[in-house]
Design a binder for this molecule. Structure first.
Ligand code: ZN
Length: 319
């Protein structure tokens, strides 16, 4: 009998180990909740992607809320073997930050990316990230609007008085572009959204490109902020979407057109704008966890003054 019991116990051991494993996993995950796992994708971009990634990483890390990993794709001359070896592990992370504008990704990467978001992962696309993948149908749905010609799809702008979305049909009006770089006023449109909560309704963004005439399916998008595109600086005279959200499956995709930085550009005005950094950090936290705990830091821009600070100098937490 004793022997039978021992055998039974031995037989149960692997089962016990299996039972222990998931509970360990849960403990581990709750411990890691303090640190949100972010994956930045770069490797190709008409912009200075390496310096941009460095700035984005520094901003996220300075908040104390994120652990940031970077996955760099092969370059334009990347061999078949290099592309076959590039398989970012999206599901090891909670948020994927897009700093990529280049050749199509291999099909398995596209599939893995979509599955990641459908399963509840978050994505935050920065500036020229929405220029890429014009031929990837699902991607266009995820970003809602991209840097495309006027015939590609509808244009969406904002009625300044009511905040309502205005659609311009495909083929009518301007396609994607921007006027001269300048600092401009950003208007918060979704004040109750966790990413925007507590931000001043109007804040002055540092010198950047103000994208206009973005085109795409423009469906299911919640516009969080917009900016008036001044004809004096080569703009459209319309309130153009700046940051917006598109839900997909159990996940969410945040797109912001802010954050221009050329390769070799000496200043980091757009990327070091405290407003940009706040929106980036909060967008990553929200897309990754569904909530926002990152406060609006001291020195946030006002409606009259821009605010540019290197990431390590921002006081994210009360001390
Ligand atoms: Zn740019």
């Amino acid at each position: 009998m004793l022997r039978t019991a021992s055998i039974l116990l031995l037989a149960l051991l692997p089962l016990a180990a299996q039972v222990v494993k998931p509970s360990f996993g849960v403990t581990l995950q709750s411990e890691l909740r303090e640190s949100i796992r972010v994956l930045i994708i770069d490797g190709q971009n008409n912009h200075g992607w390496a310096a941009t990634t460095k700035a984005l990483k520094a901003t996220l890390e300075a908040t104390g809320r994120f652990t940031v990993t970077v996955s760099t794709s092969p370059g334009k001359k990347g061999t078949k073997e290099a592309w076959a070896a590039w398989r970012p592990t999206f599901t090891d992370h909670q948020v994927v930050v897009g700093n990529y504008n280049g050749q199509p990704w291999p099909e398995p990467v596209n599939k893995a990316y979509l599955a990641f978001i459908e399963g509840g992962g978050g994505a935050v696309n920065v500036h020229a990230a929405n220029n890429s993948f014009a031929d990837w149908k699902e991607w266009n749905r995820l970003i809602a609007l991209g840097w495309r010609g006027p015939k590609f799809g509808d244009r969406v702008t904002v009625n300044d008085k009511t905040g309502a979305q205005l659609r311009t049909a495909k083929g009518k009006g301007p396609g994607a572009g921007h006027g001269r770089q300048h600092s401009f006023l950003v208007t918060v449109r979704a004040k109750a959204h966790p990413i925007m909560k507590g931000l001043p309704t109007w804040w002055k963004h540092a010198k950047d490109e103000l994208y206009h005439g973005q085109r795409g399916p423009g469906e299911n998008m919640q516009i969080l902020s917009s900016a008036w595109s001044d004809p004096k600086s080569g703009g459209t005279g319309e309130h153009e979407p700046i940051t917006w959200v598109v839900p997909h499956g159990k996940g969410n995709v945040v797109t912001t057109v802010l954050g221009h930085h050329w390769g070799g550009q000496k200043d980091f005005e757009a990327l070091h704008c405290v407003g940009f950094q706040t929106v980036l950090a909060r967008a990553c936290e929200w897309a990754g966890t569904g909530t926002v705990t990152i406060p609006v830091p001291k020195g946030f821009p006002t409606d009259k003054a821009t605010s540019i600070t290197t990431p390590s100098e921002i006081r994210w937490r009360a001390r």
